[in-house]
Design a protein around this ligand. Structure first.
Ligand code: ATP
Length: 301
């Protein structure tokens, strides 16, 4: 049973709703392994309009309950959304007892798009909005850190540099108007396994993060696309590497300015300047894959 930290302060019957946007990695670099076993990362993150819908309701029931449209997702404290509610209660004294969290998932699960972390961040934001003395964004991100490494970024949203385990955040300028085509192939990639492979292989190439930051400052979409790079792609097992490469080739063939795997995959996305080319890429990939999306940059949360 999850520790709820006492009764929630949301009036019974009140419903709160918000969107939990997917994140993409424009770049992902691994700087080294730390003594605590984690890796030091350097990532440029960006939120897009593919989103889960998160609804909070106050009931007279006990505990915190999560309901989702995906039967295989946990509905107890293993769900990051429930953990976020409990962490908020612990940090503010405004408990989560009686809270029901409904999540309509659109973001594919285990896809490298931080779906669970984004749901957790949406819960934090919704609870904070109800608080007469709300936490600052920095404080809210700090609460999110207890729930997961990607949660602080998801609290902030937009475009940001994430360093350390992902908790050291620097907001960055938005991207110029553009389109993203996302494609998740139907096989899982194990994040721990990938980190293990990073420890054994020497990384041959690294992203030009400095150049990417400059391109963002300049609003140079081609420069951004040219510098999108994820070091995990370098250490993928051969069959998965080939599958990822096929999607990238398809995106580039349809006119993407650049294409890269997000996070620890397997989602691959292409960046497009023109909607027409993005629509073409969408059509081409839909013939072969189920999870294909055409999205834009998300509004700031
Ligand atoms: P990341 O990009 O942060 O590595 P991901 O996109 O690869 O994350 P998620 O979909 O966020 O992966 O979640 C993966 C795991 O988290 C699954 O094992 C799932 O059971 C668990 N999980 C807990 N809560 C949620 C949630 N609200 N939505 C999705 N997965 C959740």
């Amino acid at each position: 049973m999850i520790e709820t930290g006492g009764k929630s302060q949301i009036p019974e019957g009140l419903t709160l709703q918000g969107e939990a946007f997917a994140k993409l990695n424009l770049s992902l670099d691994i700087l080294g392994r730390r003594e605590d076993g984690y890796h030091d990362l350097c990532m440029v993150m960006h939120s897009v309009t593919l989103a889960d819908q998160v609804t909070l309701k106050q009931t007279g029931e006990t505990g915190v309950r999560v309901e989702t449209n995906l039967h295989f997702l946990p509905n107890d404290e293993k769900n990051l959304a429930a953990r976020a509610a409990a962490a908020y209660g612990e940090a503010t004294g405004r408990g989560a007892e009686g809270l029901r969290i409904q999540i309509q998932k659109q973001i594919p699960v285990c896809a490298g798009m931080a779906g669970g972390s984004s749901d957790a961040a949406a819960v934090l934001r919704l609870l904070n909005r109800q608080n007469p003395t709300p936490l600052s964004v920095t404080e809210l991100a700090k609460v999110g850190e207890k729930v997961g490494s990607d949660v602080p970024y998801c609290v902030l949203g937009g475009t940001a540099l994430a360093e350390g385990r992902g908790e050291r955040l620097t907001p960055l300028p938005p991207l110029p108007p553009c389109w993203f085509v996302l494609c998740k192939p139907p096989f899982p990639i194990s994040t721990p396994e990938l980190f293990g492979r990073v420890n054994c292989h020497k990384l041959r190439c690294r992203p030009d993060t400095e150049g990417l930051l400059r391109a963002l400052e300049d609003g140079d979409l081609e420069g951004i696309a040219r510098r999108m790079y994820n070091v995990f792609e370098d250490v993928l097992p051969p069959r998965q590497a080939a599958a990822i490469q096929r999607i990238k080739t398809s995106l580039i063939g349809s006119g993407a300015l650049g294409a890269v795997m997000s996070g620890s995959g397997p989602t691959v996305f292409g960046l497009f300047e023109a909607e027409e080319a993005a629509q073409k890429a969408l059509g081409n990939l839909k013939r072969e894959y189920k999870d294909v999306f055409l999205v834009k940059s998300a509004p700031l949360v």
